[in-house]
Design a binder for this molecule. Structure first.
Ligand code: ATP
Ligand code: MN
Ligand code: MN
Length: 308
């Protein structure tokens, strides 16, 4: 074993006190992004990312050799995971299961050390796993849908939600679409939130069938935006704001304002550098009002969405 300090050792490096093995391993061949670069990105963005992750059960995308090689999803806490993770016990039909939350910087960097690239979270936090605190409409455009149509689709959804009295916030996924998030008080159970989101999706698909579908079937999606309301089922996850995506170019999921959407911001336009630059330059956080805009879903709103 080397006697040199880890920082000076070419075999490993240290980020936030966590030893990163294979720091020079290139994970994203197109950008040259290494495992150490990824750990340093997550350290730099932690002040913004950790509040998003706090107390939420995680689903991780692990790509130990980068996204061009096999990746796998992991949601259970098992042996060999960092002790700095927070264990979350989820009561399932077949008994309790151990999930994990990343509440500390060491936990976050410990995950990168294990090859984690993407961090996905539940819509609920560990002290009330039965009460989601947000509703997510995941806009999935078919490959033949122009970005212009995705922009307009998101704005139509916002208008509907606003008419119902619900504030909503936007993030680019780093992939093909957008997530529209409605912050909720932790009042409703999963079934209520999922039913509501399905009603929103079906209402829009009935109103404007040329643009939207609420049907997952591929044939129904051609030329349309699939409003994926299934992100609101218990145990479902969505990519966290500020997570890197395991896709070419290492795009990042980023909160944006509705003005930026109108100005033409696209889903995969923020890489790691652009995201960090944006956080340095940004005068206003597009999600600044997220917590103060929490709402309840009411019977009156459901009635206005028409018969399910
Ligand atoms: P895009 O904008 O390209 O659609 P996305 O993150 O929304 O990016 P989706 O395929 O729409 O990607 O998936 C939405 C969410 O559903 C993901 O962020 C992820 O949390 C979850 N998800 C998707 N596929 C799986 C899977 N195979 N296993 C577990 N969770 C998944
Ligand atoms: Mn999506
Ligand atoms: Mn989806």
């Amino acid at each position: 074993a080397s006697r040199r300090p880890a920082q000076a050792n070419s075999e490993s490096a240290t980020v936030a006190g966590v030893v990163i093995s294979h720091p020079e391993r290139v994970l994203f061949a197109d950008t040259g992004l290494t495992k150490l670069d990824l750990a340093r990105y997550y350290e730099a963005v932690a002040a913004h990312l950790l509040p998003q992750l706090r107390d939420r059960p995680l689903s991780l995308v692990r790509c130990p050799r980068g996204p061009a090689h096999p990746c796998f999803f992991q949601k259970h806490l098992d042996e060999g995971m960092p002790a700095s993770l927070t264990a979350v016990t989820v009561q399932q039909q077949d008994g309790p299961a151990r999930y994990m939350a990343a509440n500390r910087l060491e936990a976050l960097i410990g995950l990168v050390q294990l090859g984690v690239v993407e961090l996905h979270t539940w819509n609920a936090r560990r002290d009330r796993l039965d009460r989601p605190d947000k509703l997510i409409l995941d806009l999935d455009p078919a490959p033949d849908v122009a970005w212009r149509q995705v922009q307009e689709g998101a704005m139509l959804i916002r208008s509907l939600l606003q008419e119902l009295g619900l504030a909503c916030f936007l993030k680019v996924t780093g992939g093909k679409g957008l997530h529209v998030e409605v912050p909720l008080y932790r009042y409703h159970d999963w079934a209520t939130v999922k039913q509501f989101s399905e009603r929103v999706a079906r209402h829009l698909a009935a109103l404007i069938p040329r643009r939207f579908t609420a049907n997952m079937a591929k044939a129904q999606r051609k030329g349309r935006i699939f409003i994926d309301y299934l992100r609101n089922a218990e145990g479902a996850t969505a990519v966290s704001a500020f997570s890197v995506r395991a896709r070419p170019g290492a795009p990042v999921a980023v909160p944006i304002s509705w003005e930026e959407l109108a100005e033409g911001v696209r889903s995969d336009q923020f890489g790691i550098e652009a995201t960090l630059q944006r956080l340095r330059d940004q005068s206003a956080d597009p999600w600044a009002d997220y917590d103060s805009q929490r709402a309840r879903l009411t019977k009156a709103m459901l009635a206005r969405l028409g018969p399910g």
